[in-house]
Design a protein around this ligand. Structure first.
Ligand SMILES: Cc1cc2nc3c(=O)[nH]c(=O)nc-3n(C[C@H](O)[C@H](O)[C@H](O)COP(=O)(O)O)c2cc1C
Length: 484
């Protein structure tokens, strides 16, 4: 099911008791963070989405922690569990074998193609433009100062729309915005990201400005799509259309040549000056540390449009687990079938919450040739945003990568420090603080698969301990009588 907008998703959360309205007055300075951080770390029913209805000094309510559990993330994507999306992708990827003899197969592709592709629809009289403010004032938005040492307040769930000046193709990425004053913010697109690419291309062709529009508070699938590591030329709005089984409705901006989600709560329209940069940060980040201040481009807001009674959608990141971990988990599940198309030996992957997207990937493989674990590590390091992964652990097919106890047991027991560690150098996520050099450094691959004789292990490899099936059955039968 596709949500029309953020409100429909909130209604679905509320219906299940997964959203709590907070009527007590709270401050957008640190206090919302402290409450949200505590709630995001509670277990079970107590970890809920929060709607702060009474934010001191602001007219608009603030929605937090809406994606902050496996269940809420699945609800956001309109499925029961995140793997359901992966299963659907697997179905679509099962292309029938087409030959001269079975021409009918081509016809059978049509419903699949219709299901897979939902191009955006363009609409007029959009709700996101019910109010148009041509003298914009960011001070009216309850933009959060999240952590004590933050360089200022930050818009934390912005969908940044730009177009590539050469191809005209749209990009949507989530890049935080530090508010400097009523009309300017930072534009924190990392050097490796597609928004930064569009900016560089505009600068290279001598353009003075790259137009940008920022949507805040959209249907949850559209917000998720902005975080997804898609190849540069794949339109996030077509990807969102695929996930929600329905086209995303877009509308033309009032002052820039961009289209934005018609049912968004807020749209900030403006431009990024190609010659300008300004200090951005520090910012309490999802690594659990403050990301260091650095120079970034500046976003000038020339117009703000919004719904009549807009809801400000935000998140807070910090020591994991927090809300963004579940966005990462959605990506892990959704992109696994695509990864498997390129690396068919991959059985499963786990990006542990503590690894915050880019620090750790555990992967199980069906090993059929020597050094295959190394091949998989290097393939990951050469693929899209996986290039930033700092540690890759490879285990054999039968190891359950979702069980970290099992993974550590295998790693501790299976590795020989001289032969099973692969240390290479390459790009690292901009947020990494451990490397002596910003943006690049060392990465570690751990091959915890069984080492083969062809890989230089001349000794016998021991059998794993396991009880025989007949004894297990016998004990199963007796279990109730044992009173254990
Ligand atoms: C809550 C949240 C905040 C993020 N903030 C940033 C950011 O400030 N800068 C950045 O480059 N990526 C940030 N990301 C990651 C990007 O959104 C992600 O890498 C996305 O794929 C980028 O889109 P692109 O590939 O079109 O550039 C953030 C992700 C999330 C979930």
């Amino acid at each position: 099911m596709a949500y029309k907008d953020l409100r429909e998703f909130m209604a679905a959360l509320e219906e299940r008791g997964w959203l709590k309205r907070i009527k007590t007055e709270v401050s957008a300075q640190l206090e919302i963070t402290e409450i949200t951080d505590r709630v995001s770390k509670l277990s079970g029913d107590k970890n809920v989405a929060l709607l702060f209805e009474n934010v001191r000094g602001y007219d608009y309510p603030v929605l937090m922690n809406a994606f902050g559990s496996y269940e809420r993330m699945a609800l956001a994507l309109g499925v029961e569990k995140l793997d359901d999306v992966a299963d659907e992708i697997r179905e679509i990827l099962k292309l029938p074998y087409v030959s001269l003899q079975n021409k009918l197969s081509v016809v059978s592709l049509i419903p699949m193609a219709k299901r897979a592709i939902n191009f955006p629809k363009y609409v007029k009289n959009a709700p996101c433009q019910e109010v148009v403010e041509t003298e914009p004032d960011l001070d009216k938005l309850p933009i959060l100062k999240c952590w004590p040492l933050d360089g200022g307040p930050f818009v934390t769930l912005p969908l940044v729309f730009t177009k590539n000046p050469a191809t005209g193709k749209r990009n949507v990425g989530m890049y935080r915005l530090q508010k400097y004053d009523k009309t300017t913010t930072g534009m924190h697109w990392h050097i490796h990201k597609n928004g930064a690419d569009n900016f560089r291309d505009m600068k290279a062709q001598g353009g003075a400005r790259l137009e940008a529009a920022v949507a805040i508070g959209t249907d949850p699938v559209v917000t998720y799509a902005a975080t997804a590591p898609l190849p540069r030329d794949i339109d996030e709005m077509i990807f969102a259309g695929f996930l929600r089984h329905k086209s995303v409705e877009l509308t033309k901006c009032k002052t820039v040549d961009l289209e934005v989600p018609a049912t968004a709560e807020f749209i900030l329209e403006g431009y990024v000056d190609t010659q300008e940069s300004r200090r951005e940060g520090p910012f309490g980040d999802h690594t659990g540390y403050y990301s260091l201040a650095d120079d970034y481009p500046v976003f000038h807001v020339t117009c703000i449009t919004h719904r009549r009674d807009p809801i400000y959608f935000a998140t807070v990141v910090g020591k994991p687990p927090m809300e963004d971990c579940y966005l990462a988990k959605a990506t892990e599940r959704i992109f696994l079938p695509l990864l498997q198309q390129m690396l068919p030996e991959v059985v499963d992957i786990n990006m542990p919450l503590e690894g915050v997207f880019h620090d750790c990937v555990i992967v199980s493989i069906k090993k059929t040739f020597p050094m295959q674990a190394r091949k998989v590590m290097h393939a990951f390091w050469g693929m899209g945003q996986m290039m930033n992964v700092k540690m890759i652990i490879v285990v054999d097919a039968h190891v359950n990568v979702q069980d970290l106890h099992e993974v550590w047991w295998r790693v501790y027991n299976n590795i020989d420090a001289k032969h099973d560690l692969e240390i290479v150098e390459g790009p690292l996520d901009v947020l990494d603080h451990s490397s002596p050099m910003p943006k690049w450094g060392a990465k570690l691959g751990i091959d915890a698969t069984k080492t083969w004789p062809e890989e230089g292990h001349a000794r016998e490899w021991p059998e794993e301990i396991a009880m025989s099936e007949d004894v297990k059955r016998l004990v199963d039968e007796k279990w109730a009588s044992l009173g254990l």
